[in-house]
Write a protein that binds this ligand. Structure first.
Ligand SMILES: C=CC1=C(C)c2cc3[nH]c(cc4nc(cc5[nH]c(cc1n2)c(C)c5CCC(=O)O)C(CCC(=O)O)=C4C)c(C)c3C=C
Ligand SMILES: [Fe+2]
Length: 377
């Protein structure tokens, strides 16, 4: 039987000034993958990104990829599409691509095109990073309301990349651990607290222009002007010691975060979205230390997901937050905020950073365009 036609509300437009999957209302599921590029020149890299873009156009509209799709091609050849999303809706799938610092080396002749803002993240006190969960020449964030749709998308892109790029590490996530839609109920992280209350709203174009999108007047050097309209992504896989947290009193939990657990109100207040003075919160509380007032007004768009990856082997669940944050300049947002948190955050007793990456996220794709064309065409 023919798969049902995708409905308009199911399909997030692929083309635009900025890539989809950033200001887009957060979907319920994530499959994130970092890739090592195997192609050995810029033409090979550009070819991969063109092929990925063509596949992405089909995937986000709920169509199978390639000639003949999953079941309509040559019966003696492997199907172009793997088939597990046949009959599933487009599920608001978005695919968002990033280019890592390691891409800007001699392999592709891109050293002079590396944006100054694409810094290698410094080591932060307390980091316990696993190199097998760090870095990547490329990253793809697939978000969808159906986990199988997100997994099909990453599987398809990695299949198309055969011989040109290989998955370095990947992460599944669920439960929209942060929201960008202030009118939606704020989702909760695995510590049971609302997460995303003070986020940059995805519909607030002025705030996005100020805090998320790279602007033409960002003093970009000639070689890095391709980033205009783009943004920078930081990913951190943060293990949360939920068993320790679950033995902590409610009062202590609220002191650690700086907000109430039920309503999500700032401590001393009563409503989630009310204004507050961070100086009135406990000194080492997470919200006080992360607050823009301590960081020159810098904000980031948080788009993290909860994860649960089985058990640690030490009788604990391997669970946490796959923190994703988009910002105009990591040197002004993630880096100073994480420096403050790593030094003093009361939450540190309960969390460990185990994976990390930073990527330049090129601007959106126009009609007939492809990911990264501003850099590689
Ligand atoms: C470096 C940036 C941040 C990391 C890493 C981070 C980890 C982290 N956060 C929570 C839980 C909450 N965070 C909240 C607010 C909040 N967090 C950051 C930054 C990082 N968090 C910012 C900038 C803010 C907003 C501060 C503000 O402007 O008020 C909250 C409160 C609700 C909300 O506003 O979203 C919670 C809860 C966990 C559990 C965690 C690591 C596992
Ligand atoms: Fe936080």
């Amino acid at each position: 039987a023919e798969p049902p036609a995708p409905t308009a509300t199911d399909v997030v437009p692929f083309e635009g000034a900025h890539q989809a999957g950033i200001a887009t209302d957060v979907q319920a599921h994530l499959h994130f993958a970092a890739f090592d590029v195997l192609a050995d020149d810029a033409a090979g890299l550009a070819g991969l990104l063109r092929d990925w873009t063509a596949a992405a156009r089909a995937l986000v509209s709920g169509r199978p990829v390639g000639e003949g799709g999953a079941v309509g091609g040559d019966p003696l050849a492997p199907p172009a599409d793997t088939g597990e999303a046949l009959g599933l809706p487009a599920a608001r799938l978005t695919l968002t691509v990033g280019l890592g610092p390691s891409l800007f080396d001699d392999r592709f002749g891109l050293a002079a095109r590396r944006p100054a803002a694409l810094v290698d993240l410094p080591a932060f006190p307390g980091d316990t990073l696993d190199p097998a969960r760090c870095g990547g020449d490329l990253a793809v964030q697939a978000c969808a309301d159906d986990p199988q749709v997100a997994v099909h998308a990453i599987r398809t892109l990695s299949r198309i990349a055969a011989g040109r790029a290989a998955v370095r590490w990947a992460q599944l996530g669920y439960g929209r651990a942060a929201t960008v839609d202030p009118s939606a109920p704020t989702p909760r992280n695995l510590f049971g607290f609302k997460d995303g209350t003070a986020n940059v709203p995805g519909a607030d174009t002025a705030a996005l222009d100020e805090h998320v999108w790279v602007a033409a007047d960002d003093a970009l050097a000639p070689g890095e002007r391709w980033m205009t309209g783009g943004t920078y992504l930081v990913a951190r896989r943060i293990a949360m010691h939920i068993e320790t947290w679950d033995r902590t009193s409610l009062a202590e939990q609220e002191q650690v975060v700086g907000r109430t657990k039920g309503e999500g109100a700032p401590l001393g207040g009563s409503r989630e979205h009310e204004a507050f003075d961070p100086a009135t919160l406990p000194t080492a509380s997470h919200v006080r230390l992360a607050h823009p007032s301590r960081h020159g007004g810098a904000r980031m768009l948080r788009r993290g997901f909860n994860y649960t990856d089985g058990a640690t082997g030490l009788g604990r669940l391997d669970a946490g937050l796959f923190f994703l944050a988009y910002q105009r300049d990591v040197r002004r947002a993630f880096v100073p905020v994480q420096q403050a948190l790593a030094a003093d955050d009361a939450l540190n007793e309960y969390v460990r950073h185990t994976g990390s990456g930073v990527w330049a996220v090129p601007p959106g794709v126009g009609a007939g365009g492809w990911w990264g064309e501003q850099l590689l065409a």
